[in-house]
Ligand binder design. Structure first.
Ligand code: AMP
Ligand code: MG
Length: 442
């Protein structure tokens, strides 16, 4: 069995290059399905969505007041009120029975359509109108109707306090583009447009396999046997797959034997996995079988990435199914998932924006990189608003960065990205950050 990766001085691929190379290896899945809008959360649209109609469908009042013709308020001032005849009351959902004439006003409440002929709303506070200060439970509406005239004390412009028809969505215009990932905001836009179902890429099925003779069964209760440890990577990777909106397929655990690894991977192929993610058994040791099995049954195309934590990594195909073999160290497994697997999952599910956002931050303490590789340091990032007017990100490492220190992942909300030739960042220096979860950590 071949163990060599090729020439020892083979160039390690920079992370960004590796991501580009990985994205070139996979395609969005071609099957689509029509789902109701709520089920589209986290999925990617495969169609441009045109607005079926104008939203809002009519001009309406944005506050309580009087609908008027703006030109009729010309010259109105606190000491020079202009008197209007009140011709009716319009509440939300009520349409005027007639057009507004010169010198006429409708009492109007927020959300009610502006009557034809009217083009502005005078806020109640700009008039001597009565009964608007909150409904007192009495006969407020008839009180309004009893009001025959109102004095307007402010001059308003055309369109004042009127929300315009179609200001949000214009019939026929593209509302959402194909390739957009649906978030709660997209759900709201679709709902406001009266769209009940959309075409999206189907979710991909991702097989997750842990490897290692030292792993006890996931449901093992009681003391661990000598030399045995619990399987953190299986659950971690299954959780990451779920977070990314794909369907996790639990392939369990394999021993460090070629036949065991092969049988587990074949299970993944049989179960229709679109992608398989493994952890462990991918370095150069005597018992590291995963890469050999992939090579024997398929091909290995990308490995040796200039990355810490997580150098041992392999992308290939196993019986035609894309496979990503991640290192066994739990931190390395999670970090390589975030950096390398997540973009692939997004692309396979049709997301146009496969690569996540990074921000610049100020290091609150010295950060060292003695790895000679691109180093992703677990960090805690926050916006510092103690300094008046400052909205800068600040960051500090979580502490010791050993790739076995899994609790540091739970303490981190970002990865601080240090290039191979950055040996040291001083306190106060600037660093690139990749936010994993921007909520504050305490
Ligand atoms: P490997 O990449 O297989 O050489 O594993 C590297 C380290 O990660 C070893 O200390 C393993 O025991 C550990 N490890 C491998 N797989 C897992 C797992 N699923 N959960 C927790 N630790 C693991
Ligand atoms: Mg192992």
């Amino acid at each position: 069995m071949e163990k060599n990766d090729g020439p020892a001085n083979r160039r390690r691929i920079p992370v960004d290059e590796a991501i580009v190379a990985l994205l070139a290896q996979v395609e969005p899945v071609s099957d689509h399905e029509r789902v109701i809008v709520l089920d589209a959360m986290g999925r990617t649209l495969v169609e441009d969505i045109p607005a079926p109609a104008d939203v809002p469908p009519f001009d309406y009042a944005t506050l309580d007041g009087y609908a008027v013709r703006a030109s009729d308020t010309d010259g109105a001032a606190p000491d020079q009120p202009v008197s209007f005849e009140v011709v009716g009351v319009l509440a939300a959902g009520v349409v005027a029975s007639r057009a507004l004439g010169k010198g006429e006003a409708y009492r109007i409440l927020t959300g009610a359509p502006v009557p034809p002929g009217g083009d502005a709303v005078v806020p109640f506070e700009g008039t001597d109108g009565k009964g608007f200060g909150g409904w007192d439970g009495s006969d407020a509406m008839s009180l309004g109707l009893a009001e025959k005239r109102v004095a307007v004390r402010v001059q308003v412009q055309t369109g004042a306090d009127v929300r315009r028809r179609a200001e949000d969505q214009r019939a026929g215009e593209v509302l959402l583009r194909s390739g957009t990932r649906v978030r709660p905001a997209e759900v709201a836009v679709l709902a406001s447009a009266g769209i009940f179902s959309v075409w999206v890429h189907r979710r991909i099925r991702i097989g997750v396999l842990s490897t290692g003779d030292e792993l006890v069964a996931r449901d093992h209760v009681g003391p661990l046997g000598p030399g045995k440890i619990r399987d953190a990577n299986g659950p971690a990777l299954l959780a990451l797959v779920s977070r990314d909106g794909a369907i996790p397929v639990d392939l369990g655990q394999a021993l460090d034997e070629p036949d065991s690894v092969r049988a587990s991977l074949l299970k993944g192929v049989d179960q229709g996995c679109d992608l398989i993610v493994t952890s462990g058994g991918v370095s150069m040791g005597d018992r590291d079988m995963v890469k050999h099995v992939i090579r024997d049954d398929g091909e290995v195309s990308i490995w040796s990435i200039d990355l810490r934590p997580g150098k041992p990594f392999t992308f290939g195909r196993f019986h035609g199914v894309p496979i990503m073999a991640l290192p066994g160290n739990p931190v390395s497994a999670m970090v390589t998932y975030e950096l390398l697997v997540n973009p692939v999952v997004r692309r396979m599910q049709g997301d146009r924006a496969a690569v996540p956002v990074e921000v610049m931050a100020i290091a609150d303490q010295e950060i060292l990189n003695d790895s000679g590789r691109e180093n992703f340091v677990r960090g805690v990032a926050r916006i510092d608003d103690r300094v008046r007017g400052s909205v800068e990100w600040h960051v500090r490492p979580t502490g010791p960065q050993g790739s076995g220190i899994l609790t540091s992942m739970a303490r981190a909300n970002c990865l601080i990205r240090l290039s191979p030739d950055t040996k040291r960042v001083e306190s106060g220096g600037r660093v690139r950050l990749r936010l994993m979860d921007a909520s504050p950590l305490w």
